[in-house]
Design a protein around this ligand. Structure first.
Ligand code: FES
Length: 201
């Protein structure tokens, strides 16, 4: 099909006529700020919806935080503030509960969250080697997330699977008897790119 302005000779005829009305021209930076603002607004609305599902009583703080954690994969500061206001509790109460339970995180986690088991059996069988290899490949230490938000790393205590130690969990998937080479394969399996060469095991 011949496109508009395309002559049989193959040259494109450009149309320099002015636009029919004045469109505001935005820079890429302005568009990105606008998009970030929209996303933040949507997130705040979602937090409010979650919180308003519960009666305004302090005994629901934990349940609200569980729902927020499930939705956002961490507890956003704004969510904690809204929770405190909703149940009329001091922020210090909400914050101390958020930091007391290990199931909650105050920092955003990666799309793929690695949990390296560091219980006794896994420790003896080389959990530190797994942690080191993740650092070598992705540049993250415990409690950190890659700058692109793709991967994060934390440790957990015994997962009850000592027979297959050392154990690594990526989101919900459990990997048994993990070696440094296996770590590299697991990272690739979850969409990671590895530039570091492998070291001899
Ligand atoms: S110590 Fe890791 S599963 Fe038990």
């Amino acid at each position: 099909m011949q496109g508009r302005g395309l002559k049989p000779g193959g040259r494109i005829k450009r149309d320099f006529r002015p636009l029919p009305f004045n469109l505001p021209i935005k820079s890429n930076k302005e568009r990105m700020v606008e998009m970030a603002g929209d996303a933040q607004q949507a997130a705040l609305q979602e937090m409010e919806q979650i919180i308003r599902r519960y009666p305004a009583e302090r005994r629901y703080i934990l349940a609200i935080m569980q729902d927020l954690q499930k939705k956002f994969n961490y507890l956003p500061k704004e969510g904690l503030q809204m929770t405190a206001r909703h149940v009329n509790a001091p922020m210090s109460t909400v914050y101390s509960m958020a930091t007391f339970y290990k199931a909650f995180s105050l920092a955003p986690k990666g799309r793929v969250n690695f949990k390296a088991c560091d219980g006794t059996a896994c420790h003896i069988k080389g959990s530190q080697v797994i942690i080191n290899e993740i650092y070598r490949c992705l540049g993250i230490r415990l409690g950190e997330t890659t700058p692109d938000g793709e991967f994060s790393l934390e440790t957990v205590n015994c997962l009850g699977a000592c027979a297959i130690a050392p154990v690594l969990v990526a989101n919900q998937k459990v990997y048994a008897k993990v070696t440094p080479a296996a770590v590299r394969e697991i990272i690739k399996e979850h969409g990671g790119r590895i530039d570091e060469p492998a070291v001899n095991e």
